[in-house]
Every structure is written in C-alpha cells, then in structure tokens.
Design a protein around this ligand. Structure first.
Ligand code: NAD
Length: 469
C-alpha cells in the first residue's frame, strides 16, 4: 500500500529516511523547524540523488493533512520530541501511525507524551538509512498489535529487514555491542596496544573494523555519554564507563575527527598499525608440533602436557587464564580460531611480565596452518574469546529479559554491524558449556562481576551437560 508519509527533522537521518520512503514509491512530505530549513533539506535530498514524490511542507500541521504515517527524526531531546508530539496529536488523523527514530529515548515515555501510545512506535534506522538494511522496530508497552503490523509492512515496503525489540535502553544492536566496546577499552587500559585489540577482532571474529577504531570513528565523547546513560538506566556496574576513556575525552582526544583517540592519526593510520602487529605466515611447511586444544586446566591435562613436552614440541590451544599458573615449561600457548570464511587466525601468548615466552616451533605451526597471528599478553580469555563471549552473555540477557528473540538478535548484529556471525551462532558453535565456563573463569581471574554469566546461559550450559551425561 502506498502511504502518505511525513518526515520531521531533516538532519542526515531524516533526509535519508525521506529518500528511502520516496524511492519505495510512497508520497513524502518533509518538514524541519522552519519552512526555510524544510526547503533547504529537500534541496539536499535532491542533491543526494533522492527521487520520487517528495515535497517540503511549511509546518507539521500542513504536512499532516491526510497523512498515514509520521516519522520523527528531530534532535535527540525529550522536551523537543514532547512538544512535537503534542502538535502531532492535535493535527493528525485518528489512524495516524507515529514513529520515532530515536536511538536512546524511551518509546514508552514518548507514547505517553503523544497521548495515544497504541499508535506510537520506534523505527530505529541505521546511518546512513539509504544503505543500511536493518530497522529495529521498538514496541512500547502500550503499542497495539495493529501498529506493529502496519510498521512491519512499512519497513518491508522499503526493502529493509525489521527486527522486533521491546522498548529497552540501547535496543538490540547498541546493547549487544556495549561489552564489545567496554572490553576493548579495558584491554587498552590493561596495557594491550589498540592495534592488537583491533587486529584480534578483525582476524579472529571477522569484524570489518576493530572496536577501538570504530570508537575513534564515532567519537569517544559520544560513547562516554552513552555509557553514562546505560549505567544510569540499567543500574548495573557492568555498564560503567572506563576511566581512561574519560581521560582521553577530557584531553580533547575524542577520536579520528580530533586527530587522536586510541590511535594517533598524525603518526600512523590504523591500517598501517594493523599490518605492523599482525604476523603473516611464511610458506606452508610440515609441522611436528602437537596441539592440545582445551578449555580450563585440570590436573590430568596439566600432567599430560608436561609428559608430551618431554617427548616433543607441544602447543596449548586455550584462552583460559587458569593456565597461567600451571603451564609446563617449554610448552607454547596459543588460541587458534577458524572464521566462518574458513580462514585461520591465532593469538599467540607472549608475556614478559608473566614470563611466558614463545618457543620457536610456534611459528612453524602457524606457517603450517597458514594462520596470521598477533602476540597477546596472558590476560584471562585473551582477546577474541573475551570480546565474543561477553557479547554472547549480553545477547543472552537481552533474550532472557524478553527484549528480543535470539534469531532477531543474530540478524540485527549481522546486518547493522556486518559481523559474520550473530552472538547466538557463536554460542551454538562454541557450546554453552564452554562459554559459561570461560565467563566463570574470567569472573574469578578478574575479580569483576561484569563477567558473571546470565542465568539463562547457566541453565543452558547445565542443560547441555545433562543431555550429554
Ligand atoms: N545520527 C545517527 O547516526 C543516528 C542513527 C540512528 C538514529 N538517530 C536518531 O535520529 C534522530 C535524528 O538524528 P540526526 O543525526 O539526523 O539529527 P540532527 O540533530 O543532525 O538533525 C536534526 C534535525 O531536526 C531539526 N529539528 C530540530 N527540532 C525540530 C522540530 N521541533 N521540528 C522540526 N525539525 C526540527 C533540526 O533543524 C535538524 O535539521 C535523533 O533522534 C537521533 O538520535 C541518529
């Protein structure tokens, strides 16, 4: 069905949304704070290649005549949104669907401000709306099923993929990515070079951009503000901002636009830093190395590694920090990863402080496996599993509390972040027992409750263990 759609607020988001609506054949009326800004906005939409039936209206009241749907993308401020919604309530028809593109404000609060919460919903487009395929559909406590249905078909008419999310701070994508950013920042605060963190995320998880480079790109001040909001909204210390980042922001080192953040852009680009820290494998040869892959150490495993090390070259393949006190002398320590595209990647533990050296035969193994690698300190979970499993834990929490389904979480992360695997796919391939154990181990080794496993993950792990008993 072709709709008459009003888009209010012609910043980058509103302009992109208007362009997508018109491109899909809808009749679009755009409005900004003044008639003049509305016309300028329309000119910019045309200059960006926007085609179709788009006109600028002088104000919201004029735009709303016979309109089916209104999407607001005005400034992210509750008072401004509340004022706008009061005008929309007065001028809009009784069937008008009202959607907000807010990234952080409460859809429930907006529904109350509008006065007809059953017709209000969140449609969270990603930037830029013309290119990003995902739309998070944010359902308020009083949003009606009919409104959800109409919104889903509107999103479908745009050729986008909708995922459903109950109104909750950060929605799906930004929520599940919170621990990715926190852990990356903590790793930097624990002395790991930012380029190493990013190289591990790209090499081990196949992320298109490392989390610290991404934070630099978004702006550390923006991230710090959203962490403060998350901490206040959830009231859980696991969302607390990382002090070192506050220091960077205070010093004006807010990321790429400022020339300096986690990276110093005047000195070396993230791409060059990545090439510097990643060891590329040499020609593939034979390897005589025995690889022992496992999770946490047990006395039997420690004894077996010791016996094998007396007879030949042995490498432990594990990210569990519990190995640090019991690793037998002469044993190499790595964590091998196989990405969804089949490529191999390795973290190699090298830690002068903890006196973990890299025996020469480790490189022989990595050449044999054709695995690029980074050297990482002996921190619990190393880098890749720590980032991945903390995201899994957050994703499980999102499902546990009823915010979204596991399938929608995976779709959302793949489409919005271009992650090759959603967190539940990671959980499926690693197994709940292993992920649960890894989180327990990190909780113990770091002494920080931010790693405590979600109860649903614990139950799933115990269920998995019961099934194989
Ligand atoms: N920028 C992003 O990456 C992004 C992503 C997803 C969602 N969002 C959300 O989308 C919304 C808009 O984001 P943006 O980055 O395009 O914003 P922006 O601040 O760049 O632009 C806002 C526009 O709204 C206009 N405006 C302000 N008050 C108005 C009013 N009362 N009536 C009409 N127009 C008004 C302003 O003149 C401006 O053109 C926000 O709610 C934001 O949180 C932003």
């Amino acid at each position: 069905m072709i709709a008459v759609a009003v888009v209010v607020g012609l910043g980058p988001m509103g302009r992109g949304i208007a362009q997508v609506l018109a491109g899909a054949g809808h009749t679009v009326r755009v409005v900004d704070a003044t008639a003049e800004l509305g016309h300028t906005g329309l000119e910019r939409i045309r200059a960006d290649g926007g085609t179709g039936d788009i006109t600028a209206a002088s104000d919201v009241e004029a735009a709303l005549v016979d309109a089916d749907v209104l999407i607001e993308a005005i400034v992210e401020n509750m008072d401004a949104k509340r004022d706008l919604l009061a005008r929309v309530a007065a001028a809009g028809g009784p069937d008008l669907l009202v959607a907000s593109n807010t990234s952080s404000l409460s859809v429930n609060e907006m529904g109350r401000a509008f006065g007809a919460p059953e017709r209000l919903i969140g449609l969270h487009f990603f930037n830029p709306p013309t290119r990003m395929r995902l739309v998070e559909v944010i359902v308020g406590a009083a949003t009606s099923d009919a409104t959800v249905k109409r919104s889903m078909s509107l999103v479908e008419s745009l050729g986008k993929t909708a995922v459903l999310c109950r109104d909750s701070p950060n929605f799906i994508v930004n929520r599940v990515c919170r621990p990715l950013y926190y852990e990356a920042q903590l790793l930097a605060a624990q002395g790991v070079e930012p380029a190493v963190v990013d190289a591990a995320a790209r090499g081990g998880l196949g992320h298109p951009m490392g989390p610290l480079q991404l934070l630099d790109f978004t702006g550390l001040h923006t991230h710090l503000a959203s962490s403060e909001t998350a901490l206040r909204e959830f009231g859980d210390p696991r969302y607390r901002p990382i002090p070192q980042v506050r220091g960077l922001v205070r010093g004006g080192m807010t990321g790429k636009a400022a020339g300096r953040g986690f990276y110093d852009y005047a000195t070396e680009s993230p791409r060059d830093a990545n090439s510097r820290v990643v060891r590329r494998p040499g020609p593939a040869g034979e390897s005589t190395v025995r690889v022992v892959s496992c999770g946490a150490p047990t006395p039997a495993l420690v004894a077996e590694l010791g016996r094998l090390a007396e007879r030949g070259n042995v490498v432990l393949d594990s990210s569990d920090g519990g190995w640090l006190p019991v690793l037998p002398d002469g044993v190499g320590w790595v964590r091998l990863h196989q990405r969804t595209d089949g490529a191999a990647f390795a973290e190699v533990v090298e830690d002068t402080t903890a006196r973990v050296a890299v025996p020469g035969f480790v490189d022989e193994l990595l050449d044999h496996l054709q695995a690029p690698s980074v050297r990482v300190p002996a921190l619990p979970g190393l880098i890749v599993d720590r980032l991945a499993y903390c995201m899994v834990n957050e994703a499980v929490t999102v499902v546990e509390e009823g915010t979204a389904t596991a399938d929608d979480v995976d779709v959302a992360l793949r489409l919005a972040m271009n992650h090759p695997r959603g967190p539940f796919e990671t959980l499926g391939s690693a197994g709940a027992v292993a992920v649960h154990q890894a989180l327990l181990s990190m909780t113990g080794a770091f002494g920080d409750p931010r790693y405590r496993p979600a109860q649903m993950l614990r139950r799933r792990a115990l269920g998995e263990a019961r099934a194989t008993r």
